[in-house]
Design a binder for this molecule. Sequence first.
Ligand SMILES: Cc1ncc(COP(=O)(O)O)c(C=O)c1O
Length: 364
Amino acid sequence: MSDRIIDLSRAVPPIVERLEASLAGSLASRLNTKDAGGLLRTNRPRGTEEDRLAGAGWISQRLGFMPAIDRMIVTNGTLNILFLLLNHLVGRQGTLLTEEMTYPNMQALSGILGFKIEGIRMDRDGLDPAALAQACRANPGIKVLYTIPTLQNPTATVMPLERRMEICTVAREHDVIIIEDEAQALLLEDGPPPLSTIAPERCWYVMGLAKTVVMGMRVAYVMAPSVEDAEAIMTRFGRMSMWFVAALQAELAQVLITTGIAAEATKEIRRIATERRAIVGEILNRPALLERPGGLHVWIPTATDAEEIAAAACSAGILIRPGIQFAASPQATPAMSGLRLSFCEVRQEADLRLAVSRLAYLLR
Ligand SMILES: Cc1ncc(COP(=O)(O)O)c(C=O)c1O
């Protein structure tokens, strides 16, 4: 193993240096102008009206409309609401459908909450509607699909509009509820519309700030399919204050959104990520990586030896994740083989160039 590690394994946003001061200053100035004691003495189940309004404005960038604040929930990050939704909608012994490779914490959630995961086949346009329909027919008890249609984790796929419509049609036919996670979606300037605008009656829309504003914020905005759905979930869990968004975080998120700092951060993250992606595409000499718009990672298809390549890279001091680490369940081997390369954790561009050059050698 090399003595210096270059980490290409974590899909985190780059540090936006020129915004560091405004991030810190925003909260300080808000606490000076508001009754800080009052802010901290109150709990915020689902967020205050101002929190939800700021969140509705933020997600309207993707939805194209301003959701009613009664449908909004503000939570301590995406994982927090996923925990509640999966417990409420899938439950112990239930089965959750996901892409065949997905956000790895899904496996942890399935272990804690006791549900099974069935991975659905994907192609370069994302979930395969025929495979989804087949899974629904084979197990009519299935009611919930978790999906990342825009800049998928790990494949970076952006599901085209037509495919989105097909997925929504299948969900309607089989009465499946959709949890749509748009963690990185704002890194696309003109991404196709969310599923939540195509089948709003059955979609829970979730957008965290971790990937597109600042990593440790732990705030996510959620739009429920209806006011009743938003209320039902909080009636079930709402008395436990650990599910309430933390006041300071919610306040900071509100300030960053209403002052425009959050939007500026997203724009800058998008700019840096685009530059870095170009470096990766050029060094790997894989123009296909750049044919489609991207986020904080690229997917490098390999024959079948992605794990071996990742192990060799590790010995050369480069951390990169093979697709198998994202498999929906330990029993299933995904049909797509490849590596997820994330390029924004590395501070110095020279380190990125060095690591990708070594990787290019291993991929030959
Ligand atoms: C698809 C996806 N959703 C959610 C998260 C985590 O979001 P949060 O930090 O808001 O809990 C991640 C983090 O890697 C992710 O990849």
